[in-house]
Design a protein around this ligand. Sequence first.
Ligand SMILES: CC(C)(COP(=O)(O)OP(=O)(O)OC[C@H]1O[C@@H](n2cnc3c(N)ncnc32)[C@H](O)[C@@H]1OP(=O)(O)O)[C@@H](O)C(=O)NCCC(=O)NCCS
Length: 176
Amino acid sequence: MLRKKKNPSEVPVGEIPLIRHAEPYDAGGIISCMQAVMDEGVFLLGDYYLVTERMQKEMVLSRNDCTLVADKNKEIVGVLTIQRGSYRKNSHTGTLGIAIRKDFRQQGLGKKMMTAGLEWAKTSGIKKVNLEVFSTNLRAISLYKSLGFVEEGRKKCQFLINNEYVDDILMSLWFE
Ligand SMILES: CC(C)(COP(=O)(O)OP(=O)(O)OC[C@H]1O[C@@H](n2cnc3c(N)ncnc32)[C@H](O)[C@@H]1OP(=O)(O)O)[C@@H](O)C(=O)NCCC(=O)NCCS
């Protein structure tokens, strides 16, 4: 399991990004990473990551949620979040989101971050992890399926992206 606290001096200078729990000082890097992926306009719903540094710091410090970062020489190149349901009736669930900068994709980083995030969820007592993904995002769907996620529902033609209607696929993973 990843340790919650990590001294910044422990970040290696090597080529492989280090996956670790985010710290408040990562807020700016997380926002830049999320906005860079949103700027591509094809994978994430929003056009703007409407989170201030202050809000991001609070999210990082939240005991209920998990924010992992992939840190390459102190640049945040990937972000994974799992937010636990905030009501008593859904607190056994977590909602997962992940975004990796373009240059760092298809190198196994997504799988590593997902594995670490799911480990956190499991050890934190979450029973079910939910996510939503565009039906056009074949790489993400393949990754989720390889980790045991199944399609639970589908909102047809929920989005219009570059003149193409796209389904919203709802996926989930139950821990035994
Ligand atoms: C989706 C994302 C998180 C995947 O991370 P990644 O680091 O690129 O993926 P990985 O290198 O870990 O590969 C994961 C799996 O996808 C498979 N894969 C890679 N490219 C693929 C493609 N073009 N089509 C289908 N499967 C593909 C790989 O085979 C791998 O499976 P394996 O390890 O069993 O062989 C990342 O690409 C990303 O952040 N994309 C932009 C934002 C995004 O789409 N976020 C998710 C929104 S729901």
